[in-house]
Design a protein around this ligand. Structure first.
Ligand code: CLF
Ligand code: SF4
Length: 501
């Protein structure tokens, strides 16, 4: 029997009712829908490239609804200092500051990977992203990858680095079939970098100030080009530090695009005094969601942009945004058997692919329906907040949401633009007024909330705040489009795709 896909309860009951718009889909189909990132798709993606990213939750926005990743924390040392990092915690290049992961040996890490691969078969990627820099710990990092590749050949291997030692290891990366590498590049101008990196430790010497930054910059560019030459997919992370590199990031974007980066992930600086970082202690603020979006927008259109990053822990396990690391602490996973089974995993992945096809069909119907609706000439772009627990569906009660997915909707499309964390409204079964105020502030620029259910009390407050309430269940883009067409069409409701449970 084919095991169910993730979120089996919701997804296995999903049915897609095809309406009369179905016939219009064929005409409206444009082809080349790659399922990758949400913005900036200047080039068509070929099938080979698509197959390299389609089950990687970071490299494909669509995949992050369905596939999980796990990190193993095997790399404690680091060779540079970033002003947003306190080395008591995980590497802040890919992690939320203030998080400490349990350090593992390569053997423990491989065992953990096999345990998780058995328990969470939709886990498709093993990443090493800390707690220090993986390439400042090359033996531990590569030994872990070797052990996993030998025993679990279907798991994609992924590596995240500050790039300082990358040129030395591209051959080894290629030989081990590590197909996805992230470099954190915050600047291409050392004068900007000087405000971010106080020192760099390179070939047994510590370089302070601009001398160190120049080395880091040169090595990052060299590493990026070497990855391109070796045909390894490279994502670049950039930490947006307002007042320091916000205006500079379009330049970074152009430089990495020129050198073959596949995806650009502009992440917000998270800085608080309690994290004990230089920026945190000196009052350097992070960007607001609006500031982050403005910089992301200024870079989109040039290359694919990642907007669904969740700044994971170095021992993260689960879907992005879902933290199952506590189910797999060292104490627990060392007692568990490694019940990795390739056939079971493959069957689960076939189920996920079938479900993704259904979602894709529903999106195409919605998009075709949109083309039949005449919207007012002044139809604006609006933001909507979506309560979702995965699968690409509106499938969560408002009261259970810990975050909203934000979509930008206009007459042409519904486009994912980011996540916003919120306080849990239902605490112990009771709605919290204070939490509701915070939630409304977080989404004050949104036109509507799309959720499976919203209780009468919060509904009243939401509507009083000028935000519309849409209760529905189904594919996010289809519901967002339906809402938009109803709100802004010159006629009444569209007959676009209907998705029912
Ligand atoms: Fe991990 Fe990074 Fe690989 Fe993804 S995370 S090593 S590319 S498998 Fe992903 Fe997490 Fe963002 Fe990183 S959401 S922090 S981008
Ligand atoms: Fe910290 Fe990572 Fe920067 Fe090293 S590379 S200083 S671990 S944020």
């Amino acid at each position: 029997m084919t095991p169910p896909p993730p979120n089996a309860t919701a997804e296995s009951t999903l049915d897609i009712t095809l309406t009369k718009t179905q016939t219009k889909v064929k005409a409206a189909k444009k082809g080349g829908s790659c399922g990758c990132s949400t913005s900036g798709q200047p080039q068509e993606m070929d099938d080979k490239l698509r197959s390299r990213i389609e089950n990687h939750p970071c490299y494909s926005e669509e995949a992050h609804h369905h596939y999980a990743r796990m990190h193993v924390a095997v790399a404690p040392a680091c060779n540079i200092q970033c002003n947003y990092c306190n080395r008591k915690y995980d590497c802040a290049n890919e992690s939320r500051p203030g998080v400490v992961s349990e350090l593992l040996t390569p053997e423990e890490a491989a065992h953990k990977a096999l345990v998780v691969a058995g328990k969470i078969p939709q886990m498709s990627v093993l990443g090493i992203a800390g707690p220090g820099d993986p390439l400042a710990n090359p033996e531990k990092t590569f030994r872990t990858f070797e052990l996993v590749a030998e025993q679990a050949p279907d798991i994609k291997l992924c590596l995240s680095t500050n790039g300082l030692m990358l040129p030395d290891y591209v051959d080894r990366i290629k030989a081990l079939n590590i197909d996805h590498v992230t470099i954190t590049i915050n600047m291409v101008d050392p004068a900007v970098g000087e405000k971010i990196y106080p020192w760099v430790h390179y070939r047994r010497r510590r370089y302070r100030g601009i001398d160190g930054v120049k080395i880091l910059h040169e090595r990052q560019m060299e590493g990026l080009q070497a990855l391109q030459a070796a045909d390894v997919l490279c994502k670049v992370n950039s930490v947006l530090v307002p007042g320091i590199n916000d205006e500079h990031l379009p330049e970074v974007n152009a430089a990495i695009r020129e050198r073959g980066a596949f995806l650009h992930n502009i992440m917000p600086l998270i800085s608080a005094p309690e994290h004990g970082t230089y920026f945190g202690l000196n009052g350097q603020p992070g960007p607001t969601p609006k500031e982050l979006k403005a910089v992301q927008d200024s870079c989109s259109g040039n290359m694919k942009l990642m907007r669904h990053c969740r700044q994971c822990r170095a021992d993260a396990v689960g879907l992005l945004g879902e933290d199952r690391s506590q189910e797999f602490t060292k104490e627990k996973f060392m007692e568990m058997s490694a019940d990795y089974d390739l056939q079971t995993r493959q069957a689960v992945h076939v189920g996920i692919q079938q479900f993704k096809n259904k979602v894709k069909a529903a999106k195409e119907l919605a998009s075709a329906g949109a083309q039949t609706v005449e919207t007012r000439p002044d139809s604006p772009k609006v933001l909507v907040a979506v309560a979702s627990k995965g699968g690409g569906l509106v499938n969560q009660h408002f009261g259970h949401a810990k975050e909203f997915m934000i979509y930008e909707v206009d007459a042409a499309e519904a486009k994912f633009i980011g996540h916003r964390k919120i306080a849990d409204y239902c605490q112990g079964g009771y709605g919290e007024e204070a939490a509701l105020d915070g939630i409304l502030q977080t989404i004050e620029d949104c036109q509507a909330i799309l959720a499976m259910k919203i209780g009468p009390c919060p509904q009243k407050a939401i509507k009083a705040a000028g935000i519309e309430v849409v209760e529905d269940y189904g594919v996010i883009e289809a519901i967002a489009r339906k809402y938009y067409d109803q709100a802004f069409s010159t006629q009444s409701a569209t007959d676009a795709a209907t998705v029912i449970a």
